[in-house]
Design a protein around this ligand. Structure first.
Ligand code: AMP
Length: 507
């Protein structure tokens, strides 16, 4: 493995020599230079280390997307602290799990969540709870303002964990993927090269910052390039239409592209200045790929990756970008398609996709057993995706061995939702499935068996109860009631039958 001491030092080595050069522009007109980045991240690094946090301690962060959120992430990297981003949509019951599992040394939350967060933190002996709002204000900024704005980025081993990113599993119990400084550096360099970043590139950033796509793929390419990104608080069609003419690179989940195409004003004029559109996190339908090409003249570049591995494959920058495929392995990544016994299959055969490379994580936080199960004896990671390789080396993802719904680019694990539904009064059991949805790609749909005589349990009632327990994107779009769930002879719920039955009913 190539050695990078701290991924921040790798970035800093590529910052523009004139640090007054722009790093972030916001849609509200804010401007932040590379000098601001160095100063703000230094202040956060100083403040957090001043609390007594040691390298390897976790900092859990549940805040809105903002320039300050980017600086806080970079401050944690500089201090050798492990950054743990949490989706702002998570509710208290979900946060409790992460606090227990990751045992962070400090938490940063939105000001409006402070009292709730303190209630969760207190009993866990977690003293350090600070706030940061979307404008970069809060106790974290307030208390670090008087500190110096220089910090010697800590030397860390490339094998040191930089970020703990949780991904749920088929068990419904989220697992913390430990991504090291070396993993993140290897992947960032591969993408920067593969996508041919240019000195005048400007990224329009509309993805969330708590996920690999927005935090690593998007931000790391910009940091390695030493250029500017326009940071949007969230995906918003009018803002994208207004700002695309100022950008050259855009990254999105397929839902972004279908929403842009749904606006009749979206087309060649808006995209004239663009160099590259990238899609990932969920399958891009060939019809979206085609329609985008017709309307804009641009060919979307689809890539494939996952939290545990970083990006694995990409369609080429120069050369054919094939719809329905995720391209070829990136430099430094080995990909193979195998059968149940880990034996490689012939070209064209569908099997389990396994990957190996410097970007692949070092394991699940405090789950050595699960980590061991997910790697083969020769060091390949079992992605859980089903795929096919063609004669030219292009990979197509054809399904998922694991039971996962991807809705608007966000992952929902049915087991977690089923467990929540089954705890509700009047419910016997449930099966949660993904149904095709024109906007979200897939929609979460619940099929529920009520207790005898409990016709008072309604779709509206269940949805109201679920909204209090889980993040909005996980709440089913529809709930259907059945007398019993279809099962096979082994007693397993036949979700394939449910998917067929409810295929057209999610909207
Ligand atoms: P996450 O860890 O949230 O990034 O989700 C990773 C999963 O998203 C992968 O294991 C795939 O199932 C899916 N995924 C990511 N990119 C693509 C893509 N381009 N096409 C199909 N599925 C994808």
């Amino acid at each position: 493995m190539t050695v990078y001491e701290n991924i921040y030092s790798l970035f800093a080595g590529r910052f523009p020599s004139d640090q007054r050069a722009p790093f972030i522009e916001t849609s509200a007109g804010g401007h932040y230079s590379y000098a601001d980045l160095e100063r703000e991240s230094a202040r956060y690094a100083r403040f957090l280390t001043g609390l007594g946090l040691q390298p390897g301690d976790r900092v859990a962060v549940q805040i809105e997307k903002s320039p300050a959120a980017v600086f806080l992430y970079l401050g944690c990297l500089r201090a050798g602290l492990i950054y743990l981003p949490l989706n702002p949509a998570y509710r208290a019951a979900e946060i409790e799990y992460y606090l227990d599992d990751a045992a962070p040394g400090a938490v940063v939350c939105r000001p409006s969540d402070l009292s709730g967060m303190r209630e969760l933190a207190g009993p866990r002996g977690l003293k350090h709870v600070y706030t940061l709002d979307a404008d970069g204000q809060g106790t974290l900024t307030g208390e670090s303002r008087s500190l110096g704005d220089e910090f010697d980025t800590r030397r860390v081993s490339p094998d040191a964990t930089a970020v703990l990113l949780y991904t749920s599993g088929t068990t419904g119990r989220p697992k913390g993927a430990m991504l090291t400084h070396g993993n993140l550096a290897a992947n960032a360099l591969a993408l920067h090269q593969a996508w041919g970043w240019r000195p005048d590139d400007v990224l329009l950033h509309a993805l969330p910052l708590f996920h690999i796509h927005g935090l690593f793929v998007a931000c790391h390419c910009v940091l390695l390039n030493g250029t500017k990104m326009i940071l949007l608080p969230k995906f918003d069609v009018p803002a994208i239409m207004r700002l695309l003419p100022k950008a050259t690179v855009f990254m999105g989940v397929p839902t972004f592209y279908t929403r842009l195409l749904a606006d009749p004003a979206f087309g060649r004029d808006v995209c004239g200045h663009m160099r590259l559109f990238v899609s990932g996190s969920a399958p891009l339908l060939p019809q979206t790929f085609d329609e985008f090409q017709q309307r804009t003249g641009h060919t979307i570049l689809e890539r494939y990756g996952m939290t545990e591995t970083g990006m694995n494959t990409s369609n080429p920058l120069d050369g054919p970008r094939r719809p329905g495929t995720v391209g070829k392995p990136l430099p430094g990544v080995s990909v193979r398609i195998v059968n149940d016994k880990d034996r490689p299959l012939q070209i064209g055969a569908v099997g389990q996709l396994q990957v190996k490379g410097d970007g692949v994580f070092k394991g699940y936080w405090r789950m050595p057993q699960k980590t061991a199960e997910d790697f083969t004896s020769d060091g390949y990671f079992r992605t859980g995706d089903l795929a096919r390789l063609d004669g030219d080396g292009y990979v197509s993802i054809v399904g998922r061995a694991k039971d996962l719904i991807i809705t608007g680019g966000l992952n929902v694990y049915p087991k977690e939702i089923e467990a929540c539904i089954e705890k509700l009064d009047g419910v016997v059991e449930s099966a949660v499935i993904g149904a095709p949805h024109s906007d979200f790609g897939e929609a979460v749909v619940a099929v529920v068996v009520r207790a005898p005589g409990r016709e008072d349990v309604t779709e509206a009632g269940l949805l109201t109860a679920l909204k209090r327990l889980i993040a909005g994107y996980k709440v089913p779009k529809r709930v259907f009631f059945v007398p019993e769930l279809p099962r096979n002879t082994m007693g397993k719920v036949q979700k394939n039958l449910l998917r067929e039955r409810y295929a057209t009913l999610s909207e």
